[in-house]
Ligand binder design. Sequence first.
Ligand SMILES: NC(=O)c1ccc[n+]([C@@H]2O[C@H](COP(=O)([O-])OP(=O)(O)OC[C@H]3O[C@@H](n4cnc5c(N)ncnc54)[C@H](O)[C@@H]3O)[C@@H](O)[C@H]2O)c1
Length: 457
Amino acid sequence: MAWKRGGFMSIWKKDAISVIGLGKLGQPLAVCFASKGFKTVGVDIDETVVDAINRKQATVLELGLQELLDTTGNNLRATTSFHEAIASTDTSIILVPTPSEGEGNFSSKYVEEALYSLGKALAFSKKSYHLVIISSTVSPGTIEGRLIKLLEETSGRRLNEGFGLCYCPETVALGNTIEGFLRPDMVMIGESSPEAGEQAETIYKQFCENNPPIIRMSLINAELAKLALNCYVTIKISFANSLANLCERLLGADVDVVTQAIGMDRRIGPHYLKGGLSYGGTCFPRDTRAYIALAKSVGLKADLIEAVERVNSWQDTHLLEIVLKEVERAPRRVVSVLGTAFKPNTPVIVNSPSIKLIRGLLDAGVDVTVYDPLALPNTKRLFGQRISYAESLLTCVQSAPVCVVATPWPEFRQIDETHIHWNPTIVIDCWRILDPEKLGVRVHYIPLGRGPQTIRQ
Ligand SMILES: NC(=O)c1ccc[n+]([C@@H]2O[C@H](COP(=O)([O-])OP(=O)(O)OC[C@H]3O[C@@H](n4cnc5c(N)ncnc54)[C@H](O)[C@@H]3O)[C@@H](O)[C@H]2O)c1
């Protein structure tokens, strides 16, 4: 073992790591650890996932994942056995789901189940010490309020004696997880003791390629920092969206010019500051709910974040109104929607703005044809026969007199007049990724976030 609690820590030998939960995040994380030379054990309760990983077959679609998995050789194996994880590794990182529950708190049900299994395996183990790192997002107060007690009870060990515990929340974004794991802006470590924090710091220093700042803190502060980070990003997104809405009503205004300018100011920064559609995915909408629930639980009102949720939901209404207005003028009540994933490079459609648009269009009796480079299987599972699915970008654009570019996939940028069938075709470009010059005279181009020079009144 590389680490002896309170004793000498070798910087020459890497810890063996187990990653508990091989889903959208855990799978790329385990593969990254193995690719960096850590002996890695992936643990999941889903045998199909375990079998696939042992056959070197990725089960989640993530940029570069399969290629990296192919390079992992003997460094990565997967199992359903927590005993194996405890027996053959020094540190376990937990990355199981934490969905919203009731009031909006994160459910820690799956984390508790994983800790229960880990604790039982620890109880059997002859090893004197194991580090447990929780990376799943949890509600502030959960670790010290419930999880430590659970692990102490199931393992029969005391915190900081028989095991150490850290909270290292993941800040990566789907579609970019491998880069996000290997080259993070920073690593946050909430620690149960300085020794536990030091062991985690050593692991991340060996793992990350960009020598990121490592910020060590208490467990509660790390829990809060993760929630605060995501909620702050939703404020930025919603601010850019509010600006875009303003620009649409002001002669000659262009949200991209405004956000590019203010993003140069160090107090603001350029990232997540592009006016467009509502934020979606598995994290942001869940995290704002959790923030509001947390504030309520301590007798506060989260006015700012509640306003963010209102702005975000208004973006969906706004888009539907714009599209329906164009449908009323069109020769056929059919709309082509380009992109159903909530963002490019992922098949995830959870809380996707285009999914909400499609639902609104169906409710209004409008036919819909969709195309997405990765998300069509998930979209088919959701809508079945209620909508049509195009096999290509070309056939999707040609299928309707109104076309909405909803997800800014890079391949959509190639749309030009050779894609156009209907005369006229209304193209609503939610992220302003198309070149209107290339679309030809049959297209009425509507870029959201730009003023009336370019929007038909
Ligand atoms: N998805 C994101 O963009 C993102 C970003 C940052 C943080 N997170 C956090 O990461 C965590 C994991 O998210 P995800 O999107 O990878 O989840 P996921 O649903 O894609 O995968 C979870 C995996 O955990 C497995 N699992 C469930 N219970 C288990 C148990 N008791 N033991 C072992 N395996 C178990 C499931 O079988 C599944 O394979 C969540 O807390 C999430 O909030 C997600």
